[in-house]
Design a protein around this ligand. Structure first.
Ligand code: KIV
Length: 262
């Protein structure tokens, strides 16, 4: 049985903040599910796992493969999977792809990037039995269209637009919203403007929970460390040290010693 459900997640509004972490495979899903309320199979896997420059080239098939791996590793954890770029360009395509997620994996919900412009699409999904997580603010799938990753909420106009986005998504039936790359005071106002939980990433502490990309949180991803990322361990250093210790023992014929042979 799942530790959390849509109902218990919604009831965490204004309560103990929700802990969301990304996961891309069964190995890390098993380890991270001990601490995470929700695991997100983020399309960020296209960058940290796939080595690509942005999230845009990941496919539905790849998301489904990774979602199954995460579901296998964390069967009692609530799992949200990202709908990849191009998989929700209209209502029919979005519903067909969301149904694929439900038929081919045991993910609990899907995530869609976009604000009020996606409200009717989200309504179409939720009214057809799909649980939807919204994603507003900095939208990684818009990186090429916007010419970079742009922090949002810098003007009052942007603040009001983010509030309108969150309210439209809530009205469309979403049960939770991720807010990314938004000025902290504005994210707090957005959180206060809706009755579903708002999960922040680079959006300060006045929201209903936090999400981090696991490879950022563990200090494993070296190419770029965003300002909002706290590394809870120096994973890259530890992995390199371990691999180097193995290398030295192999080269010196110290491994395998008598403890590791048949
Ligand atoms: O893809 C992802 O990991 C995400 C998080 C940044 C929220 O969408």
């Amino acid at each position: 049985m799942k530790k959390l459900t849509i109902g218990t997640i919604k009831r965490r509004k204004n309560e103990t903040p929700l802990v969301m972490i990304t996961a891309y495979d069964a190995l890390f899903a098993r380890l991270l599910s001990q601490s995470a309320d929700i695991l997100l199979v983020g399309d960020s896997l296209n960058m940290s796992f796939g080595g690509n420059l942005d999230t845009l080239s990941i496919t539905m098939d790849q998301m489904i493969y990774h979602t199954n791996a995460v579901c296998n590793g964390a069967q009692d954890t609530f799992i949200i999977t990202d709908m990849p770029f191009g998989s929700y360009t209209d209502e029919k395509i979005a519903l067909d792809n969301a149904i694929r997620v439900y038929r081919e994996t045991s993910a609990d919900a899907i995530k869609i990037e976009g604000g009020a412009d996606k409200a009717s699409l989200i309504h179409h999904l939720t009214s057809n039995g799909i649980a939807v997580c919204g994603h507003i603010g900095l939208l990684p799938q818009a990186v090429r269209a916007e010419g970079g990753y742009k922090v949002k909420g810098k003007t009052e106009e942007e603040a009001l637009s983010l509030i309108a986005d969150a309210q439209a998504i809530e009205k469309a039936g979403a049960f939770i919203i991720v807010i990314e790359g938004v000025k902290a005071d504005v994210a707090t106002r957005v959180a206060q403007s809706v009755s579903i939980p708002l999960i922040g990433i680079g959006a300060g502490n006045g929201v209903d929970g936090q999400v981090l990309v696991f490879s950022d949180m563990l200090g494993l991803y070296e190419p770029f460390v965003p300002k909002f990322v706290k590394q809870y361990m120096n994973g890259a250093k530890k992995v390199k040290e371990a691999a180097n210790a193995y290398k030295i023992e192999v080269q010196n014929r110290e491994f395998p010693n008598e403890n590791y042979i048949y």
